[in-house]
Ligand binder design. Structure first.
Ligand SMILES: [Ca+2]
Ligand SMILES: [Ca+2]
Length: 145
């Protein structure tokens, strides 16, 4: 159901944006619930939502995505992260939870290299990834429960 809310928010945003000024985008991007990013060129792009899938046709061909596996969807002019990224959503799955703490821990203990999460692991934005970021995550998670 969360996915549907994102899609609805997106469609409302698009409706609002189309009445403002036109913007040229290069890519349609999806972030899956497992944190992977899928990018589609917007050349000759056509999207249909039906039966829980997004059916995407563009100059590169056809594909379809199960909406239940998508955390968010956005258009981009380049390789930018969505501006709606939640603070603390290190793995970009649309939620701030224990899995984000696990990501920060992996950086701190050196299991993953710095930069794996494009600086989202520096949750408190103080320039270093350490236990303070975990404390900040715990605060965010506990205040949202
Ligand atoms: Ca997350
Ligand atoms: Ca930090």
């Amino acid at each position: 159901m969360k996915t549907i809310k994102y899609i609805l928010a997106f469609l409302l945003m698009m409706a609002a944006a189309s009445s403002a000024q036109a913007t040229t985008f290069s890519y349609l991007k999806f972030t899956t619930t497992s944190g992977d990013t899928l990018a589609y060129s917007v050349e000759d792009l056509k999207i249909t939502f039906a039966n829980g899938y997004a059916y995407i046709t563009n100059a590169d061909g056809n594909s379809n995505l199960a909406l239940i596996n998508q955390a968010n969807m956005y258009f981009s002019n380049g390789d930018q992260e969505p501006s709606t990224t939640l603070i603390g959503d290190v793995n970009l799955d649309g939620r701030v939870d224990a899995s984000d703490i696990a990501c920060v821990v992996q950086i701190i203990i050196g299991e993953l290299p710095a930069g794996t999460f494009d600086e989202r692991d520096d949750v408190n934005d103080d320039g270093s990834v350490d236990s303070n970021d975990i404390a900040t995550l715990v605060t965010i998670i506990s205040s949202s429960e």
